[in-house]
Design a protein around this ligand. Structure first.
Ligand code: NDP
Ligand code: OXD
Length: 308
């Protein structure tokens, strides 16, 4: 039976290995120290130690357990074998719920209303129809396009930005680096759903975010390294950003002494925007292992040159 090694720095990896052992995954689960582990042909991982994957000379497939694979591609000794990621309906459902919650929070001025409550201030903060609130989504892939479609159905004025042109009903799509400025200039609520790549690292910086209209809000659910923390803090202080809902951080867990916990108008959530159910993730891995063995095309392949 084909051997699949589970490795990486996350409690989700051992949980998945346990689930695979308990069920009928159709492959043998091994862990790095197990006898014969070096014969593994598939590795399932999240944030493997740099160089760890290179210890498996028979590897034919690396499978992530999440949508983002920056945590794997950053390994300088990454074996040159196909890399697959997770694409799951429940992951998109959860992301859509989270982004919708954030968009409604800012659109309905609940951030201001909650601040007024703390001051015992009865103030009917003005409201406007959703059509007048412009939500801009950076990254129009599996998750971004789902969020865009759902927000558009709620009546928001939605537009998106990606590398390549897209056609999505009722959503204006901008493509390429030259279109970033015009996209930002028309965005009241910016949702970052980009993958972390060499091109997108640090993209949420002062120069970029300053192109948003004054008083815009940020919902950041991509990766921590997209955001230049000091720039966002400064833009919040200056009121250029009216608020930021941040789910992902350069260092996770966010250290208890991080100033972000106490930054005014910044909401910290602990990387919970969305998670795919483990059973579904395991089924995707098992399907790709079956495909690998049958010589069929793999699902949800990553393009290593693009980094996503
Ligand atoms: P996809 O690969 O499906 O989509 C990525 C999108 O980003 C594509 O539209 C792509 O453009 C666009 N993009 C990539 N590089 C650039 C660039 N340089 N300029 C402009 N657009 C670019 O990814 P998913 O939608 O599945 O996931 C997106 C990210 O969400 C993940 O990588 C992960 O970081 C994050 N995530 C966060 C979670 C959380 O709980 N906080 C949970 C799950 C994911 P094009 O379509 O033209 O190729
Ligand atoms: C993912 C994540 O990439 O959980 O799936 O962030």
């Amino acid at each position: 039976m084909i051997k699949v090694v589970f490795l990486g720095r996350s409690t989700d990896v051992p949980r998945l290995a346990q689930l695979a052992r308990g069920g009928n995954a159709g492959f043998a689960v091994v862990e790095p120290g197990d006898p014969g582990a070096r014969q593994a042909e598939v590795a399932v991982c999240w944030r493997p130690e740099p160089g760890a994957l290179a210890a498996y000379p028979r590897l034919r497939l690396i499978h992530g357990i999440a949508a983002g694979v920056d945590n794997i591609l950053c390994d300088p000794q990454l074996p040159r074998v196909p890399l697959c990621r997770v694409v799951a309906t429940d992951l998109a459902d959860g992301m859509s719920e989270f982004a919708t919650w954030g968009a409604l929070l800012y659109h309905r001025n609940l951030d201001r209303t909650l601040a007024n409550q703390r001051l015992h201030r009865w103030q009917r903060v003005p409201q406007q129809p959703a059509a007048r609130t412009r939500v801009g989504i950076m990254g129009m892939g599996v998750l971004g396009s789902r969020v865009a479609a759902d927000l558009q159905r709620l009546g928001f004025s939605v537009h998106g930005w990606a590398r390549r042109p897209k056609a999505l009903d009722g959503v204006r799509c901008h493509a390429g680096a030259d279109a970033l400025g015009p996209f930002l200039a028309q965005t009241d609520i910016l949702v970052c759903l980009l993958p972390l790549t060499a091109e997108t690292r640090g993209i949420l910086n002062r120069a970029t975010l300053q192109q948003l209209p004054r008083g815009a809000a940020l919902i950041h659910v991509g990766r921590g390294d997209h955001m230049v923390t000091a720039d966002v803090q400064r833009l919040l202080e200056e009121g250029h950003l009216r608020g930021a809902l941040v789910d992902v951080f350069e260092h996770e867990p966010l250290p208890a002494d991080s100033p972000l916990w106490d930054t005014s108008n910044l909401i910290v959530t602990p990387h919970i925007a969305s998670t795919a159910d483990n059973a579904g993730v395991l089924e995707q891995i098992a399907e790709n292992v079956r495909r690998l063995q049958a010589g069929k095309p793999l699902l949800n392949l990553v393009d290593p040159a693009l980094g996503y």
